[in-house]
Write a protein that binds this ligand. Structure first.
Ligand code: ZN
Length: 343
């Protein structure tokens, strides 16, 4: 009994110290004018009533809903333990992109007895082909979760955005990539699909000028208190989980500001952005992290996942939890951000 409470005390102290440490580090950065660099974003988050969906947004909503249904309901679990599901998801995404008119490249790599595939399509740039913009999301699921939001939403968005750019002739090269193995046990390891991909880019000396990581984007709530944050960001950001966020590390600050400025200019939808130290919980929790490791600028576009979504990483992450109207607004907004990045 005594031993137990002693452990509890020690654990409490360690967490308290860690939090104090993070708070202190943030205060120092704020003191040094870091606020301007990390959190001050161009433009204003949209606050009015959302306008009626446009015909394009209605089309997108239906397509996204259908994609998420296939991934999270018809296929369901899709990862190294549910390998058949993983293969079915890759085949579905590939066939959709082929149908849209793309030639799909598979980047395959083995882990033990199984092969894993990143799927890539490319639109070569018109006059700045060596400058590459990568849009990507992961299509694997965590544990036993059907993974409708994490990351059926991001995989569907990547797919539908790729379709929207068929026949376009951007100045820079555009790539849409479906990444495998983002979830544990591969997360932040050499076997993570996006890290395998980003390493190959580096080896080939490719000039990735921007990477957008589409991660868990489908859950929204207008309730005050529906949005949580790692300490102490709750003091600064909204408490309603009704916005889309653009998150980068400090080195990707320019890209964060560029993307959110473009989004806010084109899209009547609440948005928040920050370029934060990777040490803060959540900041590096997806495929953009892999590009940071290779020295590229990358930004995650997310509903903030565990900081908002009650069904994060559970078996209850099913297609009915997503808000397809708002997801469609965000995806159409991203289409115009990508068009700006590519020209
Ligand atoms: Zn996840």
């Amino acid at each position: 009994m005594a031993k137990k409470s002693w452990f509890k005390l020690k654990r409490f102290n360690r967490f308290a110290l860690m939090r104090l440490g993070i708070l202190f580090a943030l205060l120092v950065m704020v003191g040094m004018g870091g606020w301007g660099v990390m959190m001050k974003m161009p433009g204003q988050s949209y606050t009015g009533k959302l306008p009626p969906l446009t015909p394009t947004e209605i089309d997108l909503r239906e397509a996204l809903k259908q994609d998420v249904k296939v991934l999270a309901e018809e296929i369901g679990r899709r990862n190294y333990l549910y390998y058949q599901g993983l293969t079915a998801a890759a085949n579905f995404l590939e066939s959709q992109m082929v149908q849209a008119g793309y030639r799909v490249q598979r980047q395959s790599y083995p882990i033990e007895q199984q092969t894993y595939d990143n799927l890539e399509v490319e639109i070569p740039g018109r006059d700045r082909a060596d400058e590459i913009v990568v849009i990507g999301g992961h299509y694997d699921s965590v544990h036993l979760s059907p993974a409708a939001n994490d990351n059926g939403s991001g995989a569907a968005a990547t797919l539908e955005l790729a379709k929207r750019f068929v026949g376009k002739h951007p100045s820079r090269t555009l790539r849409f990539v479906q990444f495998v193995n983002e979830e544990p046990p591969f997360f932040w390891t050499d076997q993570m699909g996006s890290l395998v991909y980003a390493k190959r880019c580096k080896q080939r000396q490719e000039n990735i000028v921007a990477m957008l990581s589409l991660e868990t984007m489908g859950y929204y709530s207008d309730e005050v208190g529906s949005q949580k944050y790692p300490i102490p960001l709750g003091l600064i950001y909204p408490l309603q989980g009704n916005f889309i966020s653009f998150i980068g590390n400090v080195a990707s600050g320019n890209l964060v500001r560029q993307t959110i400025a473009s989004f806010r200019q084109h899209t009547q939808f609440p948005s928040e952005g920050a370029a934060l130290p990777n040490a803060l919980p959540g900041v590096g929790w997806s495929d953009h992290w892999a590009f940071w490791q290779q020295g590229y600028a990358a930004v995650m576009v997310t509903d903030t996942a565990p900081f908002r979504y009650p069904h994060y990483h559970t078996e209850a992450d099913t297609p009915d939890k997503l808000d397809y109207d708002r997801l469609a607004r965000v995806v159409y907004g991203l289409e115009r951000v990508i068009a700006d990045l590519a020209d």
